[in-house]
Design a protein around this ligand. Structure first.
Ligand SMILES: Nc1ncnc2c1ncn2[C@@H]1O[C@H](COP(=O)(O)OP(=O)(O)OP(=O)(O)O)[C@@H](O)[C@H]1O
Length: 743
């Protein structure tokens, strides 16, 4: 931003300056230091006074969460005989429970949106599933069975959604891959413990299925009680909060809570809502790719286990005990693999997260080779070895993908990411089941296992390719945190921030990038002209500002608040209104109906609405004469006038006008411009996108000039007139169109 026209403080260069200052430190705070110095696990914990308790508590909760599902699947025949239910009915009830487990992550993530109560939610859900596991032992009817299975499915959502984010925030970045690996290892240990417990209950103590549920329910309750000291450390306690502290450490004490000066904007008005957060996460390229990776993980873990049991039964004639022993052996190998992977993955991530992802893709490819060769192997030891290796590799996919994805996500959004991940795994499981089912029917069970190679290879390629973007996405996240904190600091210090600040905005229509790192600011009450040749990206920039298009990078701030990913209609109520040239009215509605449509957004009650309509017709008598005429039949100038009435009704703080003069006679344009002047004089800042240099510069004191999606000029309008090199293109175009452009 130019200083010469005396605009308010330039936040963009302030942020860039702070960004340079804290960049390297912030990367280290996110666990990427560029070296391989990770330190011994226990030393890392001891130095930071961290305990193993959260890891153990969450690990054990994840284990007892699986009890219900495991016992139910093993003892289904006995349950069905006691309750008099046929297999079809039981399968339907299990499907309903599976559906509940697949969707529950969403409400659970919503429950801790912006509020760090993840530990509480984990505990509450654990107590609920423990009680319902116990209660399963007393079920006597189908309705009771449906209830316990559905509640069990719903409460499972806390594990998929909250455990990994909680672990991320409970441990220092220097130990996180090891923590996630250890957590996965506890889960694998649970896969050994659950069958042993069932064998002990049924074999040694001669309990029926009811007794087994009661015992496992009691164990689950005991674990939940033991986990009662679990606390939520706060969002980003070890990373994003530290980056914030680094931003302010020069002038402020770390930990100072800086609240933005809201100027009448309430925090809930600008904080992202649930679906806006999900949409925002899906715009991160690495995240999109890794979610595909997680769905492959779902294919490999959910249906594969079932098909593998059939494979061992039919191909190798193993009885249930032998199959259970085989599964136990696989779990043991997985635990060893996770122990080995933890410190290696930690080093890789710390040195270069892109390498970690590339290696993860490679590992997946190796796992698939093992599955394919194992399925066709003629000898039992070879098959067993290959499948043990493959399941060990698959077990490390969770921590590897988890650390990569969680690290590039702002801490408050990690539960949402956990929910999306859970859904990716569940949908992968479902699609995988259908795919493997189809393959099995055509090519037999071994053929189905070989068929895994198809989605698996795709998954391996997608995961590897995510490595290309992870560094950029890490830096983007640092950028967002730095910007947010710096602006809070600036507002707290009373610096006059611009009304609108777009920073480093990139936008693409599909694969075609149209905006490249656009910086654009508008001061309170200012009139700004946005000029450029056809196709420069002016309308696209307005779309990004008004929320019709979402940028792939960069931010849009309105009155200091981040509105980059807020829905377009919410921006209207914050005070942003756009009028698009030639598309500003509803053609099939009458003039009065158009005004009422704008009025519904602003008015509270009928009386206020009627007053709005009267005021509008007083201000535009020409429209009053045509109140019952369809807007589509108005002249071009009248249509623009009607569109401008929107600004009168909504009284925005920022009005974005796209091509007001397009195709209109000079007299009409003159009238419309008078209106724009009046709207601006009433206090609204105006951004005027114009092809006509004359018109734009006669109104606006500050001008931007765009070319090929980049800002080529930013300064006082008078200075732009001296830039013949830029204006020539517009002049030539204007002359060709018969315009007079003698600026
Ligand atoms: N919906 C769309 N899908 C794909 N490409 C688009 C879309 N809208 C615009 N574009 C392309 O994006 C580029 C910028 O378009 P934009 O309308 O923002 O330019 P502009 O500067 O406003 O041009 P004009 O002055 O002609 O309106 C152009 O190359 C255009 O073809």
């Amino acid at each position: 931003m130019s200083e010469s026209d005396g605009r308010s403080v330039d936040p963009i260069s302030e942020i860039d300056h702070t960004r340079q200052r804290v960049r390297d430190r912030a990367l280290v705070q996110l666990g990427v230091a560029g070296d391989r110095e990770t330190g011994r696990f226990l030393d890392v914990l001891r130095e930071r006074d961290l305990r193993l308790y959260p890891l153990v508590a969450l690990g054990l909760l994840s284990v007892v969460d699986t009890f219900h599902g495991f016992v139910f699947s093993v003892l289904t025949p006995e349950i069905s005989a006691t309750l008099g239910l046929n297999v079809g009915t039981i399968a339907a009830v299990v499907a309903v429970s599976g559906f509940a487990a697949a969707v529950s992550p969403l409400p659970i993530a919503a429950l801790c949106q912006n509020k760090a109560r993840r530990a509480l939610l984990c505990l509450v859900t654990a107590f609920i599933w423990s009680v319902f596991t116990l209660a399963t032992g007393f079920v006597v009817s189908l309705a009771g069975l449906v209830l316990v299975l559905v509640v069990n499915g719903l409460t499972t959502g806390s594990v998929t959604t909250l455990h990994t984010p909680l672990l991320m925030d409970s441990y220092h970045p220097q130990a996180r891959v090891r923590v996630l690996s250890a957590y996965a290892a506890v889960g694998s240990a649970g896969a050994i413990a659950a069958p042993l417990l069932v064998v002990a209950c049924t074999g040694w103590f001669n309990l029926t299925w009811r007794g087994v549920f009661v015992v496992l329910g009691l164990i689950s309750l005991a674990v939940s009680i033991a986990a009662l000291r679990l606390r939520d450390p706060g969002f980003g306690a070890w990373d994003t909060q530290r980056v914030r502290a680094a931003v302010r450490d020069r002038d402020h004490q770390a930990g100072t809570d800086l609240r933005p000066d809201t100027h009448g904007i309430h925090e809930p008005d600008v904080s992202l809502r649930f679906w806006e957060v999900c949409r925002r996460l899906l715009m991160i390229r690495t995240t999109r790719r890794l979610l595909i990776g997680f769905s492959i993980f779902g294919v490999l873990t959910v249906p594969m286990a079932v098909f593998f049991a059939f494979f061992l039964d039919r191909q190798w004639d193993l009885d249930p005990t032998q199959r259970a022993l085989f599964a136990g052996a696989q779990a043991c190998v997985s635990i060893v693999a996770l122990a080995v992977y933890g410190s290696r993955g930690e080093k890789q991530f710390r040195k270069n997260p892109a390498v970690l992802l590339r290696n993860t893709g490679l590992l997946l490819a190796v796992a698939l080779c093992c599955i394919v060769v194992g399925a066709l192997a003629p000898s039992f030891p070879v098959m067993a070895a290959l499948f043990c290796v493959s399941s060990a590799i698959v077990s490390v996919l969770g921590p590897a993908l988890g650390i990569a994805m969680m690290s590039i996500t702002p801490a408050v959004m990690r539960p949402h990411l956990g929910a999306l991940t859970g859904m990716a795994v569940a949908s992968g499981g479902l699609v995988g089941a259908l795919f493997l089912g189809g393959m099995e029917e055509r090519f037999g069970i071994a053929g189905a296992m070989v068929g895994m190679a198809v989605p698996g290879v795709l998954g391996a390629l997608v995961i590897s390719s995510a490595g290309r973007f992870i560094r950029e996405d890490l830096e983007r996240m640092i950028d967002e945190v730095v910007e947010d904190e710096k602006l809070k600091e600036m507002t707290a210090e009373g610096s006059g921030l611009p009304l609108l600040a777009c920073r480093s905005v990139d936008f693409a229509y599909g694969q075609v990038q149209v905006l490249h790192g656009v910086d654009f600011t508008v001061a309170e009450g200012e009139m700004v002209a946005l000029l450029g040749v056809n196709g420069a990206g002016k309308s696209t920039l307005l779309r990004v500002i008004s929320g019709v298009g979402l940028p792939s990078r960069g931010s849009v701030r309105f009155r200091g608040h981040d509105v980059t990913y807020i829905d377009a209609e919410r921006r209207v109520s914050l005070g942003m209104t756009q009028i698009s040239g030639g598309h500003g009215v509803f053609d099939r509605m009458t003039v009065e109906e158009n005004i009422l449509a704008f009025g519904y957004t602003a008015a509270r009650g009928r009386r206020q609405l009627a007053r709005i309509v009267d005021e509008c017709f007083d201000r535009f008598p020409q429209l009053a004469q045509r109140r019952t005429q369809h807007a589509g039949t108005l002249s071009g100038g009248e249509q623009q006038m009607l569109a401008l009435s929107k600004a009168l009704i909504l009284r925005p703080r920022l009005l974005l006008i796209d091509e007001l003069s397009l195709g209109l006679a000079p007299v009409v344009v003159g009238e419309l411009l008078d209106m724009v002047r009046r709207i601006n004089a009433d206090g609204a800042a105006v951004v005027l996108v114009e092809q006509s240099v004359n018109i734009a510069l006669s109104l606006a004191g500050h001008a931007y000039f765009m070319e090929r999606g980049e800002i080529r000029f930013d300064g006082p309008s008078a200075d732009l007139l001296a830039r013949e090199d830029l204006l020539r293109a517009v002049f030539l175009k204007g002359a060709a169109a018969g315009e007079v452009s003698q600026a």
